[in-house]
Design a protein around this ligand. Structure first.
Ligand SMILES: CCN(C(=O)c1cnc(C)nc1NCc1ccco1)[C@H]1CCCNC1
Length: 339
């Protein structure tokens, strides 16, 4: 896979199966940043050199310094982005951004207010939104759209592989322009995006073991490469957790008794006429803390208010099992079994 054949790979690092990020550069000379390639948003932001010392999360990450880049173009327009997990404020700048060896002149945000929760826990510096232009804040053309308009990619698609094996090198891979057969087996099953301009699909139901318990009338599933977990409406997830005998922790996480893990049911998502099952291996995170095993469940309750919600968000643990192709040409998403 080399840029010459119209595909551009970016190796990703896997941090605890909950954060996957890759390196980009901004500016001349290159300033390096680790970013999440996030289909759940459509803007690029990195911490700013002018981030106030009050924000610890800025000082534990790489920061962009426009005064050190000869290709920096000042913009200064205010910027703020809202995540369920926290909001970021800053201002816009323009500079040369290089992703997978492809340079683009890009408007991006320099974050000057970066909340400690959750970004103090982030191993990545910033976020590179891989969403559609219509969800981009301030109407900024996203990075992938700028790359597509250069006509250097074989296909107007990008694909994501997330490894689950800590010894696997790389911990994942983003391919712009195609897919990487090294990381999936079998054929792709495709489904159209449910709403123009969002990486989401219609889901026909969620089955636990043999019983369809949730989303029986159909619902929306967002395929979000930037989310660590699978989230569903809080009421559904709490029933799901009771069904598998999980107990809730203070900050909204769930754990199960590690001895019972092997008897847990699979959770199956019905998408595009196919069934995508996650077994306990896919949705239980074994961590040892202070010498004892903690088995946490990678489902979270999250109520997204209408009209967007109620939705299910399929994040990293789903993508680790199902190699995903995001097709901008045909506005569809394809899944194949990841290897
Ligand atoms: C990036 C912001 N996101 C997180 O869920 C998030 C927050 N905070 C930390 C510390 N990590 C996050 N994601 C880590 C990760 C990397 C790849 C998979 O998950 C979401 C916000 C909504 C849009 N989609 C992305």
């Amino acid at each position: 896979l080399s840029p010459s054949n119209g595909t551009a790979p970016t190796p990703l690092t896997n941090y605890l199966d909950t954060q996957y990020y890759g390196e980009i550069s901004i500016g001349s000379p290159a300033q390096m940043f680790n970013v999440v390639f996030d289909t759940g948003s459509a803007n690029l932001w990195v911490p700013s050199y002018s981030c106030s010392p009050l924000y610890t999360a800025c000082f534990t990450h790489n920061r962009y310094d426009g005064s050190k880049s000869r290709t920096h173009v000042k913009n200064g327009t205010g910027f703020s982005i809202q995540y369920a997990s926290g909001n970021i404020r800053g201002f816009l700048s323009e500079d040369v951004v290089v992703v997978g060896g492809i340079p683009v002149v890009q408007v991006f945000a320099e974050a000057t207010a970066l909340p400690a929760i959750p970004f103090i826990f982030a191993k990545f510096d910033g976020v590179l939104g891989m969403g559609y232009p219509n969800v981009a804040i301030d109407g900024i053309t996203p990075v992938f759209d700028r790359i597509m308009s250069q006509h250097v990619l074989k296909d107007e698609v990008f694909s994501v592989y997330y490894s689950k094996d800590p010894m696997h090198k790389p911990g994942g891979e983003l391919v712009m322009g195609g897919t990487d057969p090294d990381y999936y087996t079998g054929t792709f099953n495709y489904m159209g995006t449910s709403e123009a301009g969002k990486w989401e699909v219609n889901m026909k139901g969620v089955t636990v073991g043999e019983e369809m318990l949730f989303c029986k009338e159909g619902c929306t599933a967002v395929i979000d490469t930037g989310s660590s977990y699978i989230t569903g409406p809080a009421s559904s997830v709490s029933v799901l957790m009771k069904t598998i005998g999980a107990t809730e922790l203070a900050e909204g996480g769930y754990t199960v008794n590690c001895d019972l893990v092997k008897s847990l049911p699979s959770v199956t998502f019905h998408l595009g006429g196919h069934e995508y099952a996650l077994t306990e291996e896919d949705y239980i995170l074994w961590q040892s803390q202070f010498g004892e095993d903690i088995c946490s469940v990678t489902f979270r309750g999250l109520d997204v208010p209408p009209p967007t919600g109620p939705i299910w968000i399929l994040g990293a643990n789903f993508i680790a099992r199902y190699y995903t192709e995001f097709d901008r040409r045909n506005n569809r998403i394809g899944f194949a079994t990841a290897v």
